[in-house]
Each structure stands twice: as structure tokens, then as C-alpha cells.
Ligand binder design. Structure first.
Ligand SMILES: Cc1cc2nc3c(=O)[nH]c(=O)nc-3n(C[C@H](O)[C@H](O)[C@H](O)COP(=O)(O)O)c2cc1C
Length: 177
């Protein structure tokens, strides 16, 4: 196994950063799109792999957003947001919401999409509607913690998986936990 250290407070060079990213990519995740209403115009929508559960009581979830994302300012001030967990068949949706300035909502019905109304993507595997709970400094990312006010899940679906920088599909049947 290749070993690397990432020095604290030391400027990380490009090679060390690449190896760090590669190591992080060994953690398989699902893929979600964070959506939030804007005061005006089309809603925020951004693909993330950083979604995770935090707490059952109170019900909290988290995700982190790169400080370079164009949506960050609107997400930071949003009165509510939603996590839409993508299904295997939604790779195109993942790619669409991972491209800045790209007509992300073209052809998608986002309902009212303004102010206080949660925006949900059709056909998601699960959705978590959140009210903002906390935001934390996460280095070059901002960590959002949301308090879940409503959630739904499909029982039949299969998840879109992200691993090693590529999309994957579940192939195995479940093994005992
Ligand atoms: C599978 C996948 C996972 C991603 N995960 C994250 C993430 O967790 N946090 C993040 O800030 N960006 C993540 N991105 C990149 C953003 O989706 C991308 O920067 C997007 O263009 C941001 O949109 P915006 O600049 O319009 O806000 C991911 C992209 C892909 C394809």
C-alpha cells in the first residue's frame, strides 16, 4: 500500500494533493444533488459526493461545498435546501448539476422554486428536506449541516455510486452486516 503524509500548515504540492485525492477516492459514496430555492430565478442545484448522516436525534445530515462553487453564496443564505440521492439511472443528472453555468434546470420541472419551498428532483432514490442547522469552516470547503424536516425513500431503486473517480453500479447482492 502506498503511504503518503499531508503536512499540516505546509503548502501541499500538486503531486501530494493528487495522491491525497486518489486515496480519498477509495471511499465509495453515493451521489446526491443539493437543491435550494433562490429568491428569484432558477433554483440552486449542485452535485455532491460529500453527503453523509450525522445525527438521529436531532435528525442531522451534512455535505460540503467547494468555496469556488458559484452556488455557494446562495446556498449559504438559503432558507431551506434538499438532498436528492441519485438512482443508478440518473448519471446524466449528476453530470448536468456538476457543470457550472450550464442550464442545469433545462426541461426539469422545479415547481415554485422560490423562497421557502423545497425543490425536489423527480425520480430520486431518497430525498431529505432540510432547514439550515449549522455551517462550519472546512478549509477550501464549507461544511453544511442540515436538520431534516421531511424525508422520503423509494424501496425499489438502486443507487448511483462514485468510486475511484468513476461512476459505478451495485452488482452484488447484500452481504450480512
Ligand atoms: C460525482 C461528483 C461529486 C461531486 N461532489 C462534490 C462535493 O461534494 N462538493 C463540491 O463542492 N463539489 C462537488 N462536485 C463538483 C460540483 O458538482 C461542481 O463543482 C459544480 O459545477 C458546482 O456548481 P456551481 O459552480 O454552479 O455551484 C462533485 C462532482 C461530481 C461529478
Amino acid at each position: 500500500m502506498a503511504e503518503s503524509s499531508v503536512g499540516q500548515g505546509v503548502k501541499v504540492d500538486a503531486e501530494a494533493q493528487r495522491r491525497f485525492r486518489n486515496a480519498l477516492a477509495m471511499f465509495a459514496t453515493g451521489v446526491a444533488v443539493i437543491t435550494a430555492p433562490r429568491e428569484e430565478g432558477v433554483p440552486v442545484g449542485i452535485t455532491v459526493a460529500s453527503f453523509n448522516s450525522v445525527s438521529l436525534d436531532p435528525p442531522l445530515v451534512l455535505f460540503s461545498v467547494d468555496r469556488r462553487c458559484l452556488s455557494l453564496g446562495d446556498l449559504r443564505t438559503a432558507r431551506c435546501y434538499a438532498v436528492n440521492v441519485l438512482a443508478e439511472a440518473q448519471q446524466d443528472i449528476s453530470n448536468r448539476f456538476a457543470r457550472a453555468n450550464s442550464g442545469k434546470w433545462e426541461g426539469i420541472d422545479f415547481g415554485d422554486g422560490e423562497g421557502d419551498s423545497h425543490v425536489l428532483l423527480p425520480d430520486a432514490l431518497a430525498t431529505f428536506e432540510c432547514e439550515p442547522y449549522a455551517q462550519h469552516d472546512g478549509g477550501d470547503h464549507v461544511i453544511f449541516i442540515g436538520r431534516v424536516v421531511r424525508h422520503q425513500a423509494r424501496q425499489d431503486g438502486r443507487p448511483l455510486i462514485f468510486f475511484g473517480g468513476n461512476y459505478r453500479a451495485l452488482e452484488d447482492s447484500p452481504t450480512a452486516a
